[in-house]
Design a protein. Structure first.
Length: 113
């Protein structure tokens, strides 16, 4: 019960920081929203099923299997690597969106010529 309380508090904190990060460009908002979703999925089977339908998020959830059995040092290492991976994936997503937007813009420009 105490673990669920701490998880709930941490989820609310991550959601608040994530929403603030969507507004403020200094804070990586998507990273904190992803962490909140992963923790919430561990405590809600319906949310877990819904998130596993997404290929990327499902991979993150699969990588977290056995997390509770790790030592504290390994948990910290895992969380740092996971945050780095999520951050890199978000950067790759942003670049892919920009590339798609540029491709679309070039095609539109060429069609008007």
């Amino acid at each position: 019960m105490l673990a669920k309380l701490f998880a709930g508090i941490f989820i609310v904190i991550c959601l608040a920081v994530g929403v603030a990060g969507l507004i403020l460009p200094i804070i990586p908002g998507l990273l904190f929203l992803a962490i909140a979703a992963m923790i919430a999925a561990r405590h809600s089977p319906s949310l877990d099923r819904w998130l596993r339908k997404n290929r990327v998020i499902g991979n993150y959830l699969d990588s977290g299997e056995g997390f509770l059995k790790l030592s504290w040092l390994r948990k910290i290492q895992f969380l740092l690597w996971l945050c780095l991976k999520i951050f890199i994936d978000i950067i790759m997503l942003i670049f892919a969106l920009i590339a798609n937007l540029l491709t679309f813009s070039v095609k539109q420009y060429q069609s008007y010529r």
